[in-house]
Design a protein around this ligand. Structure first.
Ligand code: PLP
Length: 384
């Protein structure tokens, strides 16, 4: 059983003691022991629980990892990774990562004296210079959110390794359905399960998958010690969502490509960022290291910020909300929503202008989404 769709469809199937086909929701916070000196398979639900273990197994299988640790959010997953570093370690982080990641990196760097530098990871020369001779962690996000820049993972992870650093890749935007960073040399992949992995916008969760079993052990230790773990019902929802991941990712990427192509040809649009477009600077790398281009795209209108505000406010089929990867299409203005925690200078450096619009293509009919955009684009024109 080695193929993606089979792995996903079988997540949490036939694994309960009661012969239930679908793994039951087990809410118990404690497990009875036979021996006070030796726990059974499960002991206390902060440390481990059947639904969480099943989801971790499925995610590790999809990412090609030796194991996974499931925690309460994508941010908790990123914070978990920082526990692997000594105080004062050098961290090189992609400059255009999710805004919440930068907020956390900045705060932990101040608290733990990390030598934190941001670099454009899609530029290998800039990345190599930022890493220097020795580093603790190289944290990448590709495609990046929201500008969809592509990092050559094989080359970037090799640079990290030669400087003695762990490489971690935030794989939230694509998911293991379309990219497996461990196979390209990364040590860790981090995901917000909240996004396309679950895909139904009805739970919050995160995971870290590791190539090295020693990292899995350390991460699981910290997740238990700090109590960053998650509840049974969320695990049930995530396992249910995961079973359709490959089909959703494929359909949503197809729609994103249709929308990106049409937007790129529209005279009212100044620029479209989507790695599936042949003119995208990372297109060739994306073709090599990804098996799909993803559901996320961004654009700038010729009418700038006033046009962007009018555009997102006028959309009817898209929902104006700050998430991505769900079955429903979403629109956002990163500068005032998902990336509002970044300083204006950091946003400018990452190329996140005030008028940038981010779209997450869902499972609706692409033609309905396009029709929706026609009305909104016309409205944006008059907002000049
Ligand atoms: N990584 C990326 C790329 C994200 O887009 C997000 C959230 O938007 C996160 C991490 C954080 O995930 P969560 O909201 O589950 O904490």
């Amino acid at each position: 059983m080695t193929r993606l769709r089979t792995k996903a469809a079988r997540a949490g199937i036939n694994c309960g003691a009661s012969n239930a086909v679908v793994a039951p929701i087990e809410v118990s916070s404690a497990y009875a022991r036979e021996d006070p000196g030796a726990p059974g398979a499960f002991d206390y639900a902060r440390t481990g629980a059947p639904g969480r273990a099943e989801l971790a197994r499925a995610l590790a299988d999809l990412e090609g990892a030796s194991g996974a640790v499931v925690v309460s959010s994508g941010m908790a997953a990123i914070d978990l990774v920082l526990n692997l570093l000594p105080n004062g370690a050098r961290i090189v982080c992609a400059h255009d990562c999710y805004g919440g990641t930068r907020r956390l990196m900045d705060a932990r760097a101040a608290q733990r004296s990390f030598d934190l530098v941001y670099a454009d990871a899609s530029d290998l020369t800039a990345l190599e210079a930022a890493i220097g001779a020795q580093a603790g962690l190289v944290f990448l996000e590709t495609p990046s959110n929201p500008r969809l820049r592509i990092t050559d993972l094989e080359a970037a992870c090799a640079l990290a390794r030669s400087a003695g650093a762990i490489s971690a890749v935030d794989n939230t935007v694509l998911s293991p359905a379309q990219q497996t960073p461990l196979a390209l040399g990364a040590d860790l992949t981090v995901s917000s399960i909240t996004k396309i992995l679950n895909g139904h916008s009805d739970m919050v969760g995160g995971s870290v998958c590791a190539a090295d079993p020693a990292h899995v052990e350390q991460l699981a230790w910290w997740a238990n010690a700090a109590g960053a773990t998650s509840g049974a019902f969320d695990m049930f929802l995530a396992l249910r969502g995961l079973r359709t991941l490959p089909l959703r990712a494929k359909a949503q990427s197809e729609t994103a490509l249709i929308l990106a192509e049409r937007l790129a040809a529209d005279p009212r649009v100044a620029r479209v960022d989507y790695p599936g477009l042949p003119g995208h600077p990372g297109h060739e790398i994306a073709k090599r290291q990804q098996t799909g281009f993803g559901c996320l795209l961004s654009l700038e209108l010729k009418t700038g910020l006033p046009g962007a505000r009018a555009f997102v406010s006028d959309l009817q089929v898209f929902t104006l909300a700050q998430s991505l990867g769900g079955a429903e299409s979403l629109a956002a203005i990163p500068a005032t929503m998902t990336h509002a925690a970044m300083t204006p200078e950091a946003r400018a450096e990452a190329g996140v202008s005030d008028g940038l619009v981010r779209l997450s293509a869902g499972l609706e009919d692409a033609e309905d989404l396009w029709d929706d955009m026609q009305t909104a684009l016309a409205r944006a024109e008059s907002a000049r």
